[in-house]
Structures are given as structure tokens and as C-alpha cells.
Design a protein around this ligand. Sequence first.
Ligand code: BEZ
Length: 186
Amino acid sequence: MSTNTFEQNQRQCPLDEDDQIWLFGYGSLIYLTDFPFLESRPASIRDWSRRFWQGSHDHRGTIDNPGRVVTLIEDEGAVCGGLAYRVEATVFKQLDEREKNGYLRVSAEMTFDDGSHATGLTYLATAGNEAWLGEASEIEIARHICAASGPSGSNSDYLLELAVALRELNLHDQHVFEIEKHILKL
Ligand code: BEZ
């Protein structure tokens, strides 16, 4: 798979321009809302966990010194909390460009706080994409993050802003908070 997934997303996942779609955000989409949306609601997806296992060549690192950013891994019984946005389909051109470093748009079944459900889309990077870094301990991930930065800023700011945003949503994420703890000590 190419590290630039923009074309693949545009080709494989065409959308009707008149549609409104729910987008599930679990990473920078929670706190970096540089795209227009009609509504946002806390939401979660079941059987997935957030992990800092994807490399970032274009935002929080470089090809020579990639950062670490989040993706979702399959995890039966787990619940990953985030924010869902109702967006116009046309917004995906901008988002596909922003998330082109290995992420593909996939279908997501989300649950809102009132227990209602919606099917929408989320961005997923899987093992095998060219920016993939994979599993490491939280302390290793923290050391890696402290040493990376890219055109969108430092990798540690990405993690710290995500941790703050999760707390504001009253979400607990052991993996993220453990890395945050190590970063604040380093
Ligand atoms: C998100 O915030 O949902 C997101 C994470 C990684 C890539 C694209 C979007």
C-alpha cells in the first residue's frame, strides 16, 4: 500500500455529494476541527482500541524520523470513545488529504451517549501500510514521541492535546494516559 492513500480513498470510497455522513473521530479529529461540521456528539465504537502504532511522516514527524500517531486495533469487548461529527460528504476531500499517510476510510458502527446508533465512517491505518510502526511498550512510545516533530508541530503536543481532549470528554484511555505520564516525566 502506498503511504499516500488520498487517491485510494477517493477511488474506493466515492460518496454522493448530497449526503450527510457521521464521521467517528478518535485522534486528532477530536481536538483539531479544521473542517466544517453540522453537529458533533460524543460517541464510541465497540471492539476497537486506540493505539499509537501508526507512523506519521507528514504531520508529527518526517520520513527519516516518523512520529507516532493513533490508529485503531481490533480488540474484542473493548470500547473506544471519541467524538462523532455529522459532515457533508464534500468534506471528505479535505479530510482524505489531511489523513493520507496510510489511513483508509472504513465503515464504523457508532453508539451515541443516549444509546442510539449510527453507521458512518472512520479512518483506519492497518499493519502493512508503509508508515506502520506497530506495537511497543508505553515507555518506548513515550521516548519515541519526545524525539519527533513535523510540519504540524511536535509529536508530544499531539499526544498531550489528545489526552486533554479525552479528559474533557470524561473518557479514560489507559494507553494514552500511561504514555502521557511517561512524557511528562521525561
Ligand atoms: C481521528 O481522529 O479519528 C483520526 C485518527 C487518525 C487518522 C485520521 C483520523
